[in-house]
Ligand binder design. Structure first.
Ligand code: OXD
Ligand code: MN
Length: 591
């Protein structure tokens, strides 16, 4: 006789630790209802339908943009708030000069008052999630509690969420606790607090991506970087991309760039027609967790399952893969609208905006139609060049690490570090012009070591020491490079076309890794000579290429002095090896 399969256990009975925590949050925040997210597509669709009914989400033209929606955030809540983001550790020195610090007791007390009764008449969503492939020993789990259905939907796209994650948590017993409420969206009552020693996060007063999707920057970078330091790995603000050469060899590269500097575009690059036979596969576009493997190489997983990418500028010329990817099953935030309910943004060649990102009739005198930090949220499986290794529990082996910034001058198109220790200095020296991804002035150069200034959950001096320790464990370390796609001529014109043409620079790096390409010592590191780069089929004047590969010794001596002054603020905790590497570069440039 057939026996009926037993009904699955209710989510609330899977993990006692999670249930007890949810209960304590319920008692504090007083929601009208508690909903546990199973992580199914049907559940996400039902939630979207509810938001459409309530007027919070707008369904876009279902013929041109099937299953696509538009969400408009509060106009004063459109970017990460670094000045309101804190690392709360027992010792202030552990957070370092790179972080805002508050002592854990005061921070908890402050947040407790904000959270008290804040979910009255609201629904409390419980989202168990796994950062990384669900069966990977390198993955780590967390639970986000939020009162925002928009945040819940984003987390369902960006992570492996629901029952399977909760089952893993029940087996492992540990998880990162992330408590989030949009509060009243009052910028004066907004804080993003991290307690790395307790593996917990408390975020209040913002519904925007990096402040509110707690799996992303808060867990996968700030908390994970702390865990990684204790456990011997690295949590980095890096894309991961696979490059298959015409010879059929695939190599993986991890690259760190500050926010809104083209990580998603590089991760989804389309080879130029004049480079036939190359193929590109995306593993990740924003975050990499890097582990020394038993073979002495560095292995990477992407902890995320989706992309939360910058929309403006996406078009068939800049990133055809992304352009195709976001035509279905995509949640848009803060883009403009055409008369026929299609999304519109600056840089899109078709359509005309009639409604701006704030929902007002579009008036160009009030600024761009789409917010410069408007975003798409989409599952990575919709990326036409998604790697088959995104769910590989071992991750992928990394052949090269790239650091880069947005610099009008100083940094050449590309250079290679002398070795790992020099590479750590190169990463620590990254400076970049600020972008709209964070609240504040745009276009000013600031120090952004390893593109982690907003995301490192502990003292940078300890972080650089940790990088040096991890490198010392690798018998086959990746080579380290620095790139600058953004160099300009004195008239302000970009010297390098970027996008697909960046593959030429990546191809040189892979040849360097195989000891097949030439380079010259430029004092700051090793640079390709013009003839070492494949520029066939490109309309690039020889003098432009020379300018891109030039090192202005005078400017660099100044740069090295500024880097030295920056590093000095880390005092005695700064690893002596970094200072020694800086002295080597200074000597090579005659400083
Ligand atoms: C992001 C960021 O959203 O870096 O990825 O701000
Ligand atoms: Mn980012």
């Amino acid at each position: 006789m057939a026996t009926a399969s037993p009904l699955p256990k209710p989510m609330s009975q899977l993990s006692r630790a999670v249930t007890e925590w949810v209960e304590s949050v319920r008692a504090l925040t007083q929601p009208a209802e508690v909903r546990w997210c199973e992580g199914t597509r049907a559940e996400r669709e039902a939630l979207m339908a509810e938001l459409v009914r309530d007027g919070e989400l707008l369904r876009l033209d279902p013929h041109a943009f099937p299953d696509c929606y538009l969400y408009r955030s509060d106009p004063a809540d459109v970017a990460r708030v670094e000045h309101l983001t804190y690392i709360c550790t027992a010792s202030k020195e552990d957070a370092g000069p790179n972080n805002n610090w508050m002592d854990p007791q005061s921070a908890h007390a402050k947040m407790h008052e904000l959270f008290r009764g804040c979910m009255r008449a609201r629904t409390l969503y419980v989202i168990p999630y796994c950062m990384g492939p669900i069966d990977s020993p390198l993955a780590r789990c967390g639970v986000e509690i939020t009162d925002s259905a928009y945040v819940a939907i984003n987390m369902m796209i960006m992570t492996r969420s629901g029952r399977a994650a909760l089952e893993r948590i029940a087996r492992e017993g540990t998880f990162v606790r992330g408590l989030h409420s949009t509060g009243e969206l009052d910028p004066n009552r907004r804080f993003i607090m991290h307690f790395p020693e307790e593996l917990s996060i408390e975020s209040f007063g913002s519904g925007y991506g990096g402040n509110a999707l707690l799996g992303k920057k808060c867990h996968a970078l700030r908390i994970a970087s702390w865990q990684a330091r204790d456990e011997g790995w690295l949590a980095e603000h890096m894309l991961i991309v696979g490059l298959r050469s015409p010879r059929g060899e695939t190599h993986y590269v991890a690259a760190a760039f500050p926010s809104a500097c083209g990580k998603t575009n590089l991760a989804m690059l389309i080879p130029p027609d004049s480079m036939p036979g190359w193929q590109v596969f995306t593993v990740g576009d924003d975050i990499a967790w890097l582990h020394p493997g038993p073979d002495g190489r560095l292995w990477a997983i992407n902890p995320e399952a989706g992309y939360f990418g910058v929309v403006p500028g996406t078009n068939p010329q800049t990133n055809r893969n992304a352009y195709e990817m976001i035509r279905r099953d995509t949640l848009f935030t803060n883009v403009a609208l055409t008369a026929d309910q299609r999304p519109w943004w600056e840089g899109l060649p078709e359509g005309t905006p009639v409604i701006d990102w704030q929902g007002r009739p579009y008036d160009p005198s009030r600024g761009p139609a789409a917010h410069p930090n408007s975003r798409f949220t989409v599952a990575s499986k919709h990326n036409p060049c998604c790697s088959t290794h995104v769910d590989d529990p071992r991750g992928v082996p990394i052949s090269a690490i790239i650091f880069g910034g947005r610099r009008r001058e100083v940094a050449p198109l590309v250079y290679e570090a002398r070795d790992w220790a020099h590479g750590v200095l190169v990463g620590a020296s990254v400076a970049s012009e600020t972008t709209a991804a964070a609240v504040g002035q745009v276009g000013v150069v600031r120090r952004d070591p390893m593109a982690m200034q907003p995301f490192c959950g502990y003292n940078f001096a300890d972080y650089w020491r940790h990088w040096l320790t991890v490198g010392a464990k690798l018998t086959r370390p990746p080579r380290i490079f620095h790139v600058n796609w953004f160099r300009r001529d004195p008239q302000g014109k970009f010297l390098w076309p970027g996008y697909g043409e960046n593959l030429r620079v990546l191809a040189w790096m892979l040849e360097r890794c195989a000891d097949k390409a030439g380079a010259v010592d430029g004092g700051i590191g090793l640079l390709p000579r013009p003839e070492d780069l494949n520029t066939q089929g490109m309309a690039l004047e020889p003098e432009t290429l020379r300018a891109l590969l030039s090192v202005d010794a005078e400017l660099w001596r100044k740069e090295i002095a500024e880097t030295g002054a920056y590093l000095e603020q880390y005092g005695e905790r700064l690893p002596a090896q970094l200072t020694a590497e800086l002295a080597k570069s200074a000597a090579a440039l005659g400083a």
